[in-house]
Design a protein around this ligand. Sequence first.
Ligand SMILES: Cc1cc2nc3c(=O)[nH]c(=O)nc-3n(C[C@H](O)[C@H](O)[C@H](O)COP(=O)(O)OP(=O)(O)OC[C@H]3O[C@@H](n4cnc5c(N)ncnc54)[C@H](O)[C@@H]3O)c2cc1C
Length: 325
Amino acid sequence: MVSPDPSSFEICSIGGNLATNAGGLCCVRYGVTDDYVLGMQVVLADGPAVRLGGTTVKNVAGYDLSSLFVGSEGTLGVITEATLRLRPAPPASAVIVGSFGSLGDAGRAVAAVMAAERPAALELMDQAALNAVEDAAPMGLDRTAAALLLASSDAGGGEADRIGRHFQDSGATYVARSTDPDEGAMLMAARRMAIPCVERRGTVLIEDVGVSLPRIPELLARIQHTAQARETSIPVIGHAGDGNFHPLVTYDDADPDATDRARAAFDDVMHAALELGGTITGEHGVGMLKSHLLQAQLGDDVMELNRRIKAALDPHDILNPGKWV
Ligand SMILES: Cc1cc2nc3c(=O)[nH]c(=O)nc-3n(C[C@H](O)[C@H](O)[C@H](O)COP(=O)(O)OP(=O)(O)OC[C@H]3O[C@@H](n4cnc5c(N)ncnc54)[C@H](O)[C@@H]3O)c2cc1C
């Protein structure tokens, strides 16, 4: 069994977390970063530090400017303080695992669960991703499954059983439920380890596409098609309950042809998400890698509105110059 090397852990600052409006596994029930921001101090491009929002839970005085800065990727100001909501630690959760013979069945199971329940997390690993984990850290995952769904439920009231039944009714070939915290943590660890395990196989371009829940099966089919057409391995993991997936475009960066195919596959997946009415980024942000596709998602009018906001707050383009706006 391989454990993640603690020395390889990276840090995430609160400013960076706010600036990317970061998410993660438990957003299905608990929301994203922006849901926890009450107020902040921001240093503007022309020098002054302003306080936005406040300390109250409800506050509708003026425009919601702190939300404008959340997710702005450092292009509008520098966040130097934040006032965040605290909430009680969630209760212990049960973990429900479902193996599926097809990605379509797994996608339909996600839609069925989310139509009726609010699990704390609902994660997907496809066959390539779960085999990458099994190769690096064998834990008895079903290598033959087309997809594995992992749900964690802390709502009580029989939710965990109902999620298991949704898995079964949607065609799961195997369903198991664990209330043992160690076993549950081990199963969720398998999902968390997927990216480092896939990275052992090559250089990885991490996608972050999102679609509405009913379109998940189509997105997964389009990713599989892209992997075949571009002859590039694309293991898929994702926050399935949010419709947010991280296809991991994996290639040998010493091979120029493989690198070109991987870059083309990366763009194909984002175009697929857009054609399905989705987004090129659910939580990682636009950055430099996806800036060429932002206009395709937003359209000319909204892109121009973004530019006007940028010009009003940073007319000399000194904050993350040249970034997506
Ligand atoms: C392998 C990997 C996995 C990831 N997994 C997830 C995930 O599961 N969920 C998720 O949501 N995200 C994920 N991310 C992206 C993640 O959102 C960001 O990497 C992280 O939250 C940003 O925090 P940071 O401190 O690393 O910021 P940085 O990477 O340093 O900066 C990120 C952006 O924020 C800006 N910024 C930083 N600090 C401030 C500040 N004080 N004020 C204004 N702007 C600022 C920077 O200019 C930059 O544009 C992942 C990234 C990687 C590389």
